[in-house]
Design a protein around this ligand. Structure first.
Ligand SMILES: Nc1ncnc2c1ncn2[C@@H]1O[C@H](COP(=O)(O)OP(=O)(O)OP(=O)(O)O)[C@@H](O)[C@H]1O
Ligand SMILES: [Mg+2]
Length: 350
């Protein structure tokens, strides 16, 4: 009632029906209807020397308050509507994404099944090709001239190459459908590695590349011979393939920690370390080399053969044994791939 006092009279606010809302009711007052944006809001009554000024002031003040409240209300409604729209959009977007993911999963399954079936269908006739070529080269169909033998050797070599490619595709398909089975037996990793090094030696010496083999300590692991051999073969083949002529490849088998950067921890694994003085891999490509079909240089003029499956399978096989695989590499200087296989500690006896 500070206003009333300041005005030296009385001031009251009534609703449209005439009930008092605030202020003291003056006797025989001047009445005033407050209208805001064409809409009657309330009635005012005032007495005193400045009654008219008080009515005008109060009317303006009420108008302002209502205007303010209305604009707040409008902002809230607009905001709410915007939120509702955004929510609806998000929900729809989400549903679209879910449908896309389901579709992709379905396609992925189809692709894996297709790969598995195709590989099987390709392998069967190829096995016959190899079988008959072998029989011919053994002279079962009559004497073979040196030239024929040379042709047969080429046929067998290429057929073998094709067979390993088909096998790799089949393996990737079975990986993707989660059907990777690991057989376990006790094996000496250094022995297995020495055999693989011997296989690559002729190919390497033709290009003046030396392969140095080192083996130290206990290197017995409990694993799947075929799969571990494929890991070893894949790493050595890459080292030779991606090293220029007269380069160096080092292969070491030794007890070591299971994980990368775990120096000083117990030696719970046998490590296979393959080092080369080759082309190396740039930082932005290094994370992708374990992905299926990825090759750093995928151009048609690519100098190196292969399908880009070697490391994908190697990683899957190593991890199926509970091991790890990683690479340290510097472009232009070379790479070091390390694969670890847990030693038999804590594993069931064969
Ligand atoms: N030692 C290495 N030095 C440089 N680059 C490498 C090395 N090993 C792998 N890479 C790069 O990683 C890619 C993937 O290797 P991966 O072994 O999976 O496939 P690939 O050797 O091309 O084909 P595949 O092994 O199926 O015959 C290679 O194409 C190459 O670009
Ligand atoms: Mg390879």
């Amino acid at each position: 009632m500070a206003i009333t006092r300041a005005l030296g009279g009385a001031l009251a606010i009534f609703d449209l029906a005439g009930s008092r809302l605030a202020g003291s009711e003056p006797a025989s007052p001047a009445r005033h209807l407050v209208v805001h944006e064409g809409e009657p809001l309330a009635q005012l009554a005032a007495t005193g020397p400045h009654a008219d000024a008080a009515l005008e002031l109060m009317s303006d003040a009420l108008g302002l308050v209502v205007h303010h409240a209305r604009s707040r209300e409008l902002a809230a409604v607009t905001h709410e509507e915007a939120m509702r729209l955004t929510f609806a959009e998000l929900t729809e977007h989400n549903q679209r994404l879910q449908r896309a993911v389901a579709r992709l999963e379905e396609l992925d399954k189809l692709k894996s099944n297709f790969l598995a079936t195709m590989s099987h269908e390709l392998r069967t006739p190829l096995t016959s090709v190899i079988g008959y070529a072998e029989m011919m080269s053994e002279g079962l169909a009559g004497p073979v001239t040196p030239e024929q033998r040379e042709y047969l050797t080429t046929i067998l070599g290429k057929a073998d190459q094709l067979l390993s490619l088909i096998t790799a595709v089949l393996d990737v398909a079975s990986l993707e459908s989660g059907q990777l089975a690991v057989e376990r037996c006790v094996l000496s990793l250094s022995e297995l590695v020495a055999n693989e090094v011997a296989t690559y030696q002729p190919q390497a010496s033709r290009r003046g590349i030396t392969i140095q083999l080192e083996s130290a300590g206990e290197t017995v692991v409990y694993g799947d011979r075929k799969k571990i051999r494929q890991v070893v073969s894949s790493l050595i083949s890459n080292a030779v393939k991606f090293t220029p002529d007269r380069g160096r490849v080092g292969v070491a088998v030794q007890p070591g920690p299971l994980e990368p950067h775990a120096e000083g921890t117990p030696l719970t694994a046998v490590q296979l370390v393959v080092t080369d003085s080759g082309i190396g891999i740039s930082r932005d490509q290094v994370d992708k080399i374990f992905e299926p079909f990825f090759q750093v240089d995928s151009s048609s003029t690519r100098a190196f053969g292969g399908t880009g499956l070697g490391l994908t399978l190697a990683k899957a096989y190593v991890e199926a044994h509970g091991g790890r695989i990683w690479v340290d590499t510097t472009p232009g200087q070379g790479s070091t791939f390390t694969a670890t296989f847990p030693t038999r500690v804590g594993e069931p006896a064969p």
